[in-house]
Design a protein around this ligand. Structure first.
Ligand SMILES: O=C(O)CNC(=O)[C@H](CS)NC(=O)CCC(=O)C(=O)O
Length: 271
């Protein structure tokens, strides 16, 4: 398989759908002009805001996000991950925190509904109750098996704390793990990079982690540091703290080399 460039986009999404889509378009354009063929957007790329504000506009956010992703993938002829956006679940008043992967034909090739919900009182005083508006997904995460891009497994944000999800993905053949996020600034400073490197190292897989950064709304501040990590755990690119793009090469001979040097996947006993 040929090497190619992947991009992890970093945004400060706000409670304004149009503004966020315009920002995402700018960064997709930038990533493609730098040669990226696989482009990831962060969790909640199209809307970050109070849950009640999100709920009030959820139909439009879901519809416009899907139209946007398909348009971008076709226009730029790249594969795009819509890190996540809310998709209403019938008339339940809740939505799935949904991540979709769209190929250059504008076809959806994978869809994942976030399984682990962030119901946490963070020690900085912020309280998160994702389950008050989000329905937990009940399906195992999908892998898109691509002859051109490799086998790409999906996940979202808080999932990164549950290594069994990634073990499942690598067991099923994933070479690349997408971990789009809106990590809190408080937890991010101590946990983000360590968790991502651990998932890359233990699964000897590439990790592509698009991220939210800065002040998104009210007291919500996100950590940034969208990164791409190689299967040895090396940080290949880091977007820092400002909105932007992290770009790095996905190289299958490097992947095979690491899997020869450190054959831990072959030594698995439990799963
Ligand atoms: O708050 C918002 O508006 C946006 N947040 C999100 O989209 C999600 C669900 S609340 N955030 C996380 O999962 C953070 C996980 C995390 O930070 C950790 O695991 O430490």
């Amino acid at each position: 398989m040929k090497s190619y460039l992947a991009a992890a986009i970093q945004m400060t999404s706000v409670p304004n759908l149009e503004k966020n889509l315009a920002q995402a378009e700018e960064f997709i354009d930038l990533a493609v002009h730098q040669g990226a063929e696989l482009v990831g957007l962060p969790e909640n790329f199209s809307f970050m805001g109070e849950e009640k504000d999100k709920l009030a506009q959820v139909e439009a956010i879901a519809k416009e996000s899907e139209i946007f992703l398909k348009k971008m993938a076709q226009r730029y002829q790249v594969t795009i991950l819509g890190g996540s956006y809310p998709v209403p679940v019938g008339d339940s008043g809740k939505f799935y925190n949904t991540s979709t992967l769209i190929d250059p034909n504008g076809q959806e090739v994978a869809r994942y509904q976030k399984v682990h919900l962030f119901d946490v009182n963070v020690p900085d005083g912020n309280t998160y109750r994702e389950s008050s508006t989000v329905m937990a997904g009940s399906q195992t995460p999908p892998i898109y098996f691509s002859e051109k891009l490799g086998n790409i497994g999906l996940s979202v944000c808080y999932d990164v704390r549950f290594p069994e999800l990634y073990r499942y993905l690598s067991h099923k053949g994933a070479d690349i793990l997408f971990i789009p996020a809106a990590f809190t600034a408080f937890t991010g400073k101590d946990h983000w990079q360590v968790l991502l490197q651990a998932r890359a190292i233990e699964n000897t897989a590439y990790v592509i982690a698009p991220a939210q950064t800065g002040v998104n709304y009210a007291r919500r501040q996100t950590h940034g540091h969208a990164v791409i990590i190689d299967p040895w755990g090396m940080i290949l690119a880091d977007a820092g703290e400002k909105p932007g793009v992290a770009i790095a090469e996905i190289n299958f001979s490097r992947l095979e080399q690491v899997r020869r040097q450190m054959p831990s996947l072959q030594h698995r006993v439990f799963i």
